[in-house]
Ligand binder design. Structure first.
Ligand SMILES: [Zn+2]
Length: 337
């Protein structure tokens, strides 16, 4: 996700939304607070993740969460910056939605309308993220344009300097500056680590598709599956499952497919592969069919229009009619991918 992009959007938003009450606590820390709003979905996501919650990525980046968080933040901003509730709500909602929409450009397979709809803007997970330099150039330039527009055309009455009458307020101004610098440094570190993880993820995918060094691919995916992620955990676990299956470790493969589906219950490839894995097991046909059935049902009912569904169904039926071990069964679990 555009880590620096969020920071520049936050800086721009803070400039255009300065509170009228220039002597308030909120006005002194305004830039920090608007930056906080612009990172709020990720902050909630990280808190959820460290608390062991599943699917928290979807929840934190949904429209419902944006509205709920904005209601809370509107009350906080109202008190700290002496804003009306509606103005504080609007600033909070626009900031959080700006984050969500920017993220959706790079990860369109999110359920933005959770929990009311399973619609998502897209399914392609491989849109290449911008490099650190590109991100700073693109979003930094946009911020610079907004800065010029503000200073040359915007009403100067709302850009009066802060009134720092007390030592406490002067300390707060410095605290705000330090916090903004720290937010940018954190964004830079996160971006750097995400880039490394993303490269490890891509390298593991290439190894899985072109060589037989599956154990090394698994090591790379283990490294890529650490925070801050370069790819979603649903995809990291999906490819871990493939690597494990190709190594003949079907139990581990099943575990990783289940993990992938715990993160994203509608991941088509994990559903298809898991059905195929169950259909290719060592049990008798009736047992294999009953294990594969819930996933087969999902493929038939929810993914009837997917161009790869037919191929999956054909391979699953073929596996169900064959008496063989899972290790021999399907050497290429997701040939369609
Ligand atoms: Zn995000």
């Amino acid at each position: 996700m555009p880590v620096f992009g969020h920071a520049f959007v936050g800086l721009g938003a803070a400039q255009y939304t300065k509170p009228q009450a220039r002597d308030s606590f909120g006005a002194t820390l305004w830039v920090t607070m608007v930056l906080f709003l612009n990172y709020l979905p990720d902050i909630i996501y990280q808190i959820g993740l460290f608390s062991g919650l599943r699917g928290v990525d979807t929840i934190a980046h949904s429209l419902s969460a944006a509205i709920a968080l904005s209601l809370i933040m509107a009350a906080v901003l109202g008190v700290l910056a002496r804003l009306t509730f509606s103005r504080a709500f609007l600033i909070s909602l626009c900031s959080i939605l700006a984050h969500d929409l920017l993220d959706l450009i790079y990860a369109p397979d999110r359920f933005f309308l959770w929990p009311f709809s399973s619609w998502r803007p897209g399914f392609d997970y491989s849109l290449p993220p911008l490099s650190l330099t590109e991100e700073i150039l693109v979003f930094g330039s946009l911020y610079f344009i907004s800065w010029i527009v503000y200073w040359f055309w915007f009403d100067k009455r709302i850009s009066q300097p802060l009134r720092c009458n007390t030592t406490r307020q002067q300390y707060l101004v410095w605290l705000s500056r330090i916090m903004v610098i720290m937010i940018f440094m954190c964004a830079g570190t996160t971006h750097y680590l995400q880039k490394i993880r993303g490269e490890q993820f891509q390298q593991a995918k290439t190894i899985l598709q072109t060589t037989k060094n599956y154990a090394y691919a698994l090591d790379l995916l283990d490294a890529a599956g650490r925070w801050p992620y370069g790819a979603t955990l649903a995809w990291v676990n999906y490819f871990k499952a493939q690597a494990s299956w190709k190594l003949g470790n079907t139990r581990e493969a099943e575990h990783y497919y289940q993990e992938s589906l715990a993160e994203d219950p509608w991941n088509f490839w994990s559903i298809g592969d898991l059905a195929l894995l169950y259909a290719s097991g060592k049990e008798d046909v009736a047992q294999r069919r009953s294990r594969a059935e819930p996933y087969l049902k999902k493929l038939r009912t929810h993914y009837a229009d997917n161009p790869y569904t037919k191929s999956y169904l054909r391979r699953i039926e073929a596996a169900l009619h064959t008496q063989h071990s899972a290790a021999q069964a399907v050497r290429n679990p997701a040939a369609g991918r």
